[in-house]
Design a protein around this ligand. Structure first.
Ligand SMILES: Nc1ncnc2c1ncn2[C@@H]1O[C@H](COP(=O)(O)OP(=O)(O)O)[C@@H](O)[C@H]1O
Ligand SMILES: N[C@@H](CC(=O)OP(=O)(O)O)C(=O)O
Length: 456
């Protein structure tokens, strides 16, 4: 049995849905289809999820709800009309949205998640109707009935262990099951969404739950490339990656697959294949436990921006017992998580996602660090990017850092931080965001320009 997930680009229009239906029907092993909400049809288009977020905001701020609602409904209406589906399909979606709008008193976060999730929920209902219209024995699956249980962290849910056993029951159901991505339910029955891009996570959880032989993740590129194709022209395709490599690369900016989507599949040893809805005969990229690392010690170069750094300096910091704990406690009290913490003898820097730092939070933590830790200097800098070189074979490669830093120096990129994790599967450079693309392009040239084949 295979679980296949189709992303927003694969379901953005009637034309795309026809391709998806053909892919599903082409292989009888494709029993469970996880769907995202309709995504962008062209570069300047708006994803249905973003339309829903603005609909939720409009409801909460008493704006022009009718217009915001019309924008969402018209996306489904156009798809349904072009697929010759009965008007009733659209009526059901409109009624569903209107009844969700009535739930605005439940609390802002709960309400926004309820609205956001309707994108995939209604897409699953519409796509199941389309398959039925083609004579396929297809059924929409309600994640609540299927027992996809999650934690109560709005917009940031985590799957609960008991969900896997519940989902196993899906194996016994007849026909093709269309499962909406991106959300689950708490034990109390409250709907909560995963982080943005989280339908990949649902696909992985469902694949792990039913112990699928393969999790196919369909998107709009032939494979995962060694660098973001929007930054590097015609990068080489990657044939095979390990779970660890993919996790590092997607964490560091390869948006093609959500970084949190690896763990469920990895834990149950389910191989993942990234494939193209627009070119399904292309082999795609396989994500597996082991590969021959020495064929290509470095597999990819990624970058992600939006990081901030808290610099702290204090003479004899290294001798002060409990300094690090106290510093991190201040962050914990503000509910902040951090990504890296490179340190010297008398100084340390904490690198974290800048989106967590409001001006008020920043002011509070700087004041507390000054007054409670009596430091010589504390200040915050913004607009950093983390550029990451990833590959399981890197730990056996001599001179890798020197090669990378030479390339960055040639490109005139100032390195603010270097971090190599003990696993040695990745090497991270902190640079200013404005330099990120330049750094990726230069490192790509250094590590991949002599690769002859277009596939690694
Ligand atoms: N290294 C990479 N390899 C392939 N695609 C990448 C990479 N880095 C970024 N991307 C981008 O990821 C996009 C696919 O992800 P996304 O838009 O979330 O798809 P979906 O709508 O299928 O979920 C590609 O179109 C590509 O622009
Ligand atoms: N629709 C949600 C979840 C998702 O996974 O979407 P996509 O498959 O288009 O990345 C979002 O936009 O965040």
């Amino acid at each position: 049995m295979k679980v296949c997930k189709f992303g927003g680009t694969s379901l953005a229009s009637a034309e795309q849905m026809k391709k998806v239906a053909n892919i599903v029907r082409a292989d009888i092993e494709r029993k469970i289809v996880v769907v995202s909400a309709p995504g962008k049809r062209f570069k300047e288009d708006t994803k249905v999820t973003d339309l829903l977020i603005s609909l939720a905001d409009t409801v909460l701020t008493n704006g022009d709800v009718e217009e915001a609602l019309r924008l969402v409904v018209s996306r489904y209406e156009q798809i349904a009309n072009e697929l010759n589906l009965p008007q009733q399909v659209v009526t059901i979606i409109k009624d569903d949205l209107q009844s969700r709008i009535q739930a605005k008193e439940e609390g802002d976060k709960e309400f926004v998640d309820l609205m956001k999730a309707s994108g995939e929920d209604n897409c699953a209902k519409l796509f199941a109707s389309y398959l039925q219209s083609l004579g396929v024995d297809a059924h929409y699956v309600d994640p609540k009935e299927a027992g996809l249980l999650v934690s109560k962290e709005y917009g940031n849910a985590q799957v609960l262990p008991e969900a896997y056993d519940n989902l196993m029951e899906l194996r016994n159901k007849e026909g093709i099951l269309v499962f909406p991505g991106f959300f689950g339910y708490t034990h109390e029955g409250t709907l909560v969404t995963f982080p943005r891009g989280g339908s990949d996570i649902t696909g992985s959880i469902v694949a792990a739950g039913v112990k699928a032989e393969l999790y196919e993740n369909f998107t709009d590129v032939d494979s995962v490339y060694a660098a973001n194709p929007n930054v590097v022209k015609n990068p080489v395709e990657i044939k095979e990656l390990t779970y660890r490599e993919m996790r590092e690369l997607s964490y560091a900016g390869f948006s093609v697959f959500h970084d949190e989507a690896l763990i469920p599949a990895f834990k149950k040893g389910i191989p993942v294949c990234i494939k193209n809805t627009n070119n399904p005969s292309a082999k795609g990229t396989m994500i597996v436990s082991e590969r021959n690392y020495m064929v290509n010690p470095v597999v990819g170069i990624a970058s992600d921006s939006g990081f901030s750094t808290i610099y702290v300096r204090k003479y004899l910091m290294n001798r002060e017992v409990g300094f690090g704990r106290h510093l991190l406690q201040i962050l914990e009290d503000e509910g902040l998580s951090y990504e890296h913490m490179p340190s010297g003898i008398d100084d340390t820097s904490i690198i974290l996602r800048g989106s967590q730092l409001t001006p008020e939070i920043e002011e509070r933590i700087v004041k507390r660090i000054e007054t409670e830790l009596h430091v010589d200097d504390v200040h915050v800098e913004h607009d950093f990017a983390m550029v990451m070189i990833v590959g399981e074979g890197m730990r056996k490669m001599v001179g890798l850092t020197s090669k990378a830093t030479t390339g960055l120096a040639r490109a005139g990129v100032n390195i603010h931080m270097i971090n190599q994790g003990s696993s040695e599967v990745s090497l991270v450079f902190g640079v200013k965001s404005v330099d990120a693309d330049k750094a990726v392009s230069e490192l790509y040239l250094d590590f991949f320009s002599d690769v002859k084949s277009p596939v690694l």
